[in-house]
Design a protein around this ligand. Structure first.
Ligand code: HSE
Length: 395
């Protein structure tokens, strides 16, 4: 019997138990032995007829001290208890797998170091892209490449909301409520709609591929709460859509990284990724461009990635060495140096056009102009901030 434990019996935790229960037969064929969820750690009451009712424990030390438990799934979220428990488990020589992007993004450097020292795994396939295989492909299948850019729709909830706004003209609140009802959204929706969740995910991907920690605090992060129906109309005039995009680009040993709503021309790969789906485009010097696409949130897709990591630990009882190190303070560029083309919405088109040398005026609505810049830095953009109502970066 291969005994595992699950910490956290929420949406993802119950999904992990369900996948192990439903696929018991095929898992045991793959592993040559039966997998059993011996413990589920959670403080909340569970109905007596819940399939995991007899496995529920409230005392972390029980699973920590049980020598039969070699793999633990941490799906409780947050970075307080989850951090403390993960650290103790790794120190005790147990493998930990997780969907907890907050913890990986903020404490990954330290936890990976401990895992390395203890020769155990700290795996986090489910932390980015829900059910999409992305961590392992980036680390293993694309290992031959020097990866220079990752661009992704990394948050299912905001993609669901934006899709509804574009397709159905829905308002923001209704679409958010639906996403929450479907179990996509974080407990605190601010993490989704303010871009924090996507920020953690791009920080994890960038740290993994560039080998040095990309600190979330240095990532320019803008959410979608200010996107209005008039922005939707502007994007449509440009035959484009708006998506919340996380991007990290390595240039001259510096990473330019951001999370922000961006205008994407229809017909390009990320523009057609709708609803709760995520899409991640990776540019490598050997492969060119590759796009990963799939369900970016939800109970079973996320559980699929967590259980895959559990299987990996049970199959390969050694350290996989996902790893990154601390970075110098200038590794992540100042956001003022971030660059791109922008749509500027302004009532002062002459001033803006003159200051930024824009020759083409794109369109006008009710005395408000939409101007598209050439590639400029945010520092240059700042020189016209007094004249513009808003800006949206192009992709
Ligand atoms: N709230 C997250 C999302 C869940 O909507 O993408 C998956 O990480």
């Amino acid at each position: 019997m291969l005994n595992v434990a699950v910490m956290g019996y929420g949406v993802v935790g119950s999904g992990v138990c369900e996948v192990i229960r439903t696929n018991r037969k095929s898992l045991s064929e793959k592993l040559g032995d039966q997998v059993k969820v011996k413990y589920v750690l959670d403080i909340k009451e569970v109905a007596p007829d819940d399939p995991e009712a007899s496995q529920i424990i409230r005392d972390f030390d029980i699973l920590l001290n049980d020598p039969e438990i070699s793999v633990v799934a941490e799906v409780m979220g947050g970075a307080t208890f989850a951090y403390d428990y993960t650290k103790k488990l790794l120190m005790a020589g147990k493998h930990v797998v997780t969907s907890n992007k907050e913890l990986v993004a903020t404490k990954g450097t330290e936890l990976l170091q401990i895992a390395k020292e203890k020769n155990v795994n700290y795996l986090f396939e489910a932390s980015v892209g829900g059910g999409i295989p992305i961590i392992r492909p980036l680390y293993s299948c694309l290992a031959a490449n020097e990866i220079n850019r990752i661009t992704g729709i990394l948050n299912g909830t905001t993609n669901y909301i934006l899709t509804k706004m574009f397709r159905e003209g829905s308002d923001f609140e209704t679409a958010l409520r639906e996403a929450q009802e479907k179990g996509y959204a974080e407990r605190n929706p601010s993490a989704d709609v303010d871009g924090i969740d996507a920020c953690r995910k791009i920080a994890i991907l960038a740290s993994l591929v560039f080998g040095k920690e990309v600190d979330c605090a240095k990532v320019k992060t803008v959410g979608i709460t200010n996107i209005t129906s008039s922005d939707v109309a502007y994007a449509e005039k440009m035959n484009s859509v708006i998506k919340l995009i996380g991007q990290a680009e390595l240039k001259n040993q510096t990473v330019y990284v951001s999370v922000e709503p961006r205008i994407i021309p229809k017909g390009t790969p990320l523009a057609s990724i709708d609803d709760v789906f995520n899409g991640i485009m990776v540019n490598g010097n050997a492969i060119g461009e590759v796009v990963f696409y799939g369900p970016g949130a939800g109970k079973l897709p996320t559980a699929s990635a967590v259980v895959a990591d559990i299987i990996d630990c049970l199959r390969n009882d050694h350290n996989r060495e996902y790893f990154w190190t601390q970075a110098a303070s200038d590794f992540v560029a100042d956001s003022a140096d971030n660059f791109g083309k922008y749509l500027l919405v302004t009532k002062c088109a002459d001033e803006v056009a003159q200051k930024l040398n824009i020759t083409d005026r794109v369109f006008v609505t009710d005395g408000e102009w939409g101007l598209v810049t050439d590639v400029i830095t945010e520092r240059e953009l700042d020189t016209v901030s007094a004249y513009i109502e808003k800006y949206i970066k192009l992709c």
